[in-house]
Design a protein around this ligand. Sequence first.
Ligand code: GLP
Length: 245
Amino acid sequence: MKIVVVKDYAQMSIKGAELIAETVKSNPEAVLGLATGSTPEGLYSELIRMHKEEGLDFSKITTVNLDEYYGLSGDHPQSYRYFMNEKLFNHVNIDKNNTYVPNGGAEDIQEECKNYDKNIEKLGGIDLQLLGIGGNGHIAFNEPEEELNFGTHLTDLTKDTIEANSRFFDSIDEVPKKAVTMGIGSIMKAKKIVLLASGKGKAEAIKELTSGKITTDSPATILQVHHDVTLFVDEDAASLINISK
Ligand code: GLP
């Protein structure tokens, strides 16, 4: 695992965007695994800038998102489909038909989960997977549990995550209690993984992630066995690990 400590959120966003841009340039038909949350917002703004000012070309790129709230359809302002359209897809030359986000409003959610993994296989797998991390060590919506799921599945959100994500909703009661998420296996099959973390709230999860131990109590720790992971962490998120810049 390559750990790159950067000064702050802005630097983390630029470094992450540079890595994605490299992939897009070297393979214009790449499949990118994308994430939502506050963490990648700056990275998406930087990709938009690169597209507008430097002609970074997304016309043949395919994207696959990690997760979606259960029960929210793509036109709900708090849905992750809506987020992706607003924060990235509407501002670059990507073909929206080539952007995949789980359908949280699907009538048959089990079928939706099965088809989501099948589609990733059909696309030839994910070339580069972008990840954030929850304060409790979750990746996508793979929450700390006794067992972790391999494939895309419907999951209960923990109290911590519901509370953390309530900042985007008018009230905590509006936060969905379940989500559809890619599983640990779907994520680990990506050829390359880049994880971003910023702020003191992520320091404990980053400490666990770099501890040399793997535990389902902190799902991100499984990433330590992947052969190509880069962490871009700012000084606050890195404050509990012993790595100099
Ligand atoms: C969310 C998402 C994750 C994200 C994490 C951290 O609930 N499901 O994909 O990485 O929690 O979010 P944030 O970047 O807002 O701190």
